[in-house]
Design a protein around this ligand. Structure first.
Ligand code: 5RP
Length: 294
């Protein structure tokens, strides 16, 4: 199908129809036991959702605010996360091996913020991921970006290695500066990632039509937090994402740059796993913040 003329726009997303399958992780019912077991270390079997704490940002931005000390500021947060996403360098140096969180390893890298960000390569061998007991590996996909094609090939190569060893692959939809962040773009980027074999896709929340993004992606969508927002706004975004079909959050700055990261993590858990409304979860944040100040 080389001819792109005459493609009809998608319109019937079946947003109210549950996904077929019977396993608590969307699209994974046909996978082997080991891969489903690893996905269960990320997505809680009782809720089918995850609160993933992301602190991999240093792989291209260096020590940003909140991530200056991984060992003293981030490691103490990790027991409250279902899964943690970081580089192998961060894991080996700063996270205790006693952690019970599902391990999601950043597997791409190359350019820093000083260069073209889409110029990434696979930067992790699956053998080392297995040595680190990874449940999943994560790779950036730059749909519409300068190195779109290589980033998709990187994803496919990682999926081949992941399927060989039963390790899940998280496709991270990276949005270039010139790209419009709307549901149409995210439907394209998330669907391509899933069709190339990603077992989980991370993307951003959009106010209009997010339910069409989650419905048309055959694997679970988890939502990145993005730039730091006031806590109630971040909780509202998490709440809407879940209501509109996301299977969790993969949140970084809105947790580790909060005035009270542990309180914010507890509040996000309330939204994702306990069905709390944003205002109810914000009360948890306020109580924990007041308690911490005493
Ligand atoms: C960086 C990432 C981050 O893990 C992701 O953006 C989540 O962090 P934040 O909530 O701060 O956006 O993939 O490339």
């Amino acid at each position: 199908m080389a001819d792109t003329d005459g493609l009809l726009d998608a319109r019937d997303f079946g947003t109210s129809e549950p996904a077929a399958g019977g396993f608590h992780v969307k699209g994974a019912h046909g996978q082997d036991w080991g891969l489903r077991n690893r996905l269960s270390r990320i997505f809680r079997p009782d809720t089918g959702r995850t609160v993933m704490l992301a602190f991999d940002h240093g792989y291209f931005v260096g020590p940003m605010a909140g991530l200056e000390r991984l060992d003293t500021r981030i490691a103490p947060l990790t027991p409250a996360a279902d899964a943690i996403m970081m580089t192998r360098g961060a894991l080996r140096t700063s996270i205790p091996a006693t952690t019970g969180a599902g391990i999601v390893l950043r597997a791409s890298g190359g350019p820093s913020i000083l260069r073209e960000l889409s110029d990434e390569h696979i930067a992790l061998d699956m053998e080392d991921a297995l040595r680190l007991n990874a449940a999943a590996v994560a790779i950036q996909v730059f749909i519409g970006g300068e190195h779109e094609s290589r980033s998709v090939a990187n994803l496919a190569a990682l999926v081949d290695a992941g399927q060989r060893h039963g390790v899940a692959v998280l496709g991270v939809t990276a949005v270039g500066k010139d790209m419009v962040r709307d549901a149409r773009y995210f439907r394209l980027a998330t669907r391509i990632s899933a069709e190339m074999g990603a077992h989980i896709v991370k993307t951003y929340y959009v106010e209009e039509g997010f339910e069409t993004v989650t419905a048309s992606c055959p694997v679970p969508i988890i939502v990145a937090g993005g730039k730091k927002l006031p806590e109630l706004d971040a909780l509202t975004m998490a709440y809407r994402s879940i209501q509109e079909g996301a299977a969790g959050v993969d949140m970084g700055r809105n947790i580790f740059q909060s005035e009270n990261p542990a309180g914010m993590l507890a509040a996000v858990r309330g939204v994702v796993h306990d069905g709390l409304k944003p205002e109810e979860a914000y009360e948890i944040f306020q109580e924990k913040t007041a308690g911490a100040a005493i």
